[in-house]
Write a protein that binds this ligand. Structure first.
Ligand code: ADE
Length: 274
């Protein structure tokens, strides 16, 4: 997969040299190219921003440097016979929420170009212009406002890179991820333990030592219900109740949850202490 990032703070993307993403680059699984937006400015001060039309606080990123940068990057990948078209990812708090499902979608693309903005964002015409010719995704990593899109790029790149074939040591390790599509979809992952068997007087649940795979799987699912009802009740409320088997319903009932008039599950008893 090829990843391009255009930014006025290339050094902010240094973490892409480290850990999982750094190793994937070293192995040739990821071709990451970080570009300084100011390379595509032509004035003495390398200006990338200007005051907003209509007034108001803050500055807006000028369209010309972004246009030149994107044209140059896109051109570098479409030379010859190959018709590689990038997906352009625009991090913005006004975007669609970035979810595991979107990470899975992006992981299937051959080429992503990220455009992290500073200030009040990029002149809208840039998004419209490239949106006419390319797949442009405006994505938010959460309901809070950061000073720029660079940290969201790090977040999204890591979420996508770990899904690429061969990047994580053990392909199975995605399977039980919270939010992973599949059996545990819509449940948060429960607690995990490793050696030693006792630490500061705290043991580990007996079932994990039982060697009984069926019981262990059931325990993990029950713990997932415990966590999800406590931390993300919205995930249970939106789940099709057909996904809950008899044992799930028993656990939900213990936690004070039951079906409402529409069959969907909700809290029916006061909160149970974890
Ligand atoms: N830029 C600033 N805040 C952001 C957020 N929450 N998500 C994506 N990009 C951003």
């Amino acid at each position: 997969m090829r990843l391009d990032v255009v930014t006025i703070f290339p050094e902010y993307l240094e973490p892409l040299n480290v850990s999982l993403v750094g190793k994937a680059r070293a192995r040739g699984q990821l071709d990451v190219r970080v570009h300084d937006l100011r390379e595509w400015t032509h004035d003495k001060h390398n200006t990338v921003d200007d005051t907003p039309y209509g007034g108001g606080p803050g500055m807006v990123m000028k369209p010309e440097p972004w246009g030149e940068a994107l044209d140059a990057i896109i051109e570098s990948g479409t030379s010859g016979t190959e018709d590689a078209r990038p997906t352009i990812v625009v991090p913005t708090p006004s975007g669609e929420p970035f979810t595991q499902e979107i990470a899975v979608e992006l992981a299937e693309k051959p080429w992503l170009v990220f455009t992290p903005a500073r200030y009040e964002g990029i002149d809208r015409r840039v998004i419209e212009e490239y949106g006419d010719h390319y797949d442009v995704r405006e994505l938010s990593i959460g309901d809070y406002v950061l000073a720029g899109g660079e940290a969201p790029v790090l977040v999204m790149v890591e979420a996508v890179a770990r899904l690429l074939p061969g990047v994580l040591g053990n392909a199975e390790s995605h399977r039980d991820d919270s939010f992973a599509p599949g059996a545990m979809a819509d449940l948060l992952e429960g607690p995990v333990y490793t050696k030693p068997p006792e630490w500061r007087g705290r043991g580990i649940p007996d079932v994990l030592l039982s060697g009984h795979h069926g019981k262990i799987a059931r325990w993990r699912r029950d713990e997932a219900f415990r966590r999800t009802t406590a931390n993300r009740p919205d995930l249970i409320e939106r789940t099709d109740p057909a996904a809950f088997d008899k044992k799930d319903r028993e656990m939900l009932s213990i936690l004070g949850w039951g079906p409402g008039e529409d069959g969907r599950f909700g809290r029916v008893a006061p909160d149970v202490e974890e």
